[in-house]
Design a protein around this ligand. Sequence first.
Ligand SMILES: *Cc1c(COP(=O)(O)O)cnc(C)c1O
Length: 222
Amino acid sequence: MSVSENLASIQEKIEQACVRANRQVDEITVIGVTKYVTIERTEELIAAGITNIGENRTEELLHKYEVIQDKADFHFIGTLQSRKVKEVIGKVKAIHSLDRLSIAKQINNRSHDPVDCFLQVNVSGEESKHGLKPEDVLSFIKELQPYEKVKVVGLMTMAPHVDDEQEIRSVFRRLAIIRDEVMREQISNAPCNYLSMGMSNDYEIAIEEGATHIRIGSKLVG
Ligand SMILES: *Cc1c(COP(=O)(O)O)cnc(C)c1O
């Protein structure tokens, strides 16, 4: 399937999910995850109209950035190593995986301007997943306050890879509740309006539960 055929089918499902949830389609940003594919396929995606690109490895992001430059906005969605932070600063629109103070410190030291960050939360509690424990999110945000260049624009999670829709839904719902708690605190560098959740297999559920950024790879470019 061509990228534009995949995209048409995804857009239709996004619209239907928005209708069910009484939301507007323009509330949802589709991040095309290109970690599996070549620059050519990524350019096809951009030509089809997806200008937000997600990569989970620094090397691959830099490789694609070199060619694509400002024809797209890059989102870093993988585990970031402290020593690699300086290489992506200035090249990414947002970092979706902040869960350690050491990374926040690097961002603060390396950037002139505030960097949009999502805090990754391990809602499901799976050992294999990165992210803050739900109960630690607020205290982590308070610890971030000295790092003025770190702007917490939202929260990110990954649902477990299961067939049980209710289990997936409860993970997304929990993230939305935590987001609401953070917003209520009105912390100056943590507006936390956004929810980055939903991938190829569960983005419709994520939209129904309030996702503002969905990260789709295999169903879009695979
Ligand atoms: C790979 C990846 C995605 C996309 O996954 P698909 O199931 O291929 O849509 C989304 N988010 C993160 C953090 C990823 O690593």
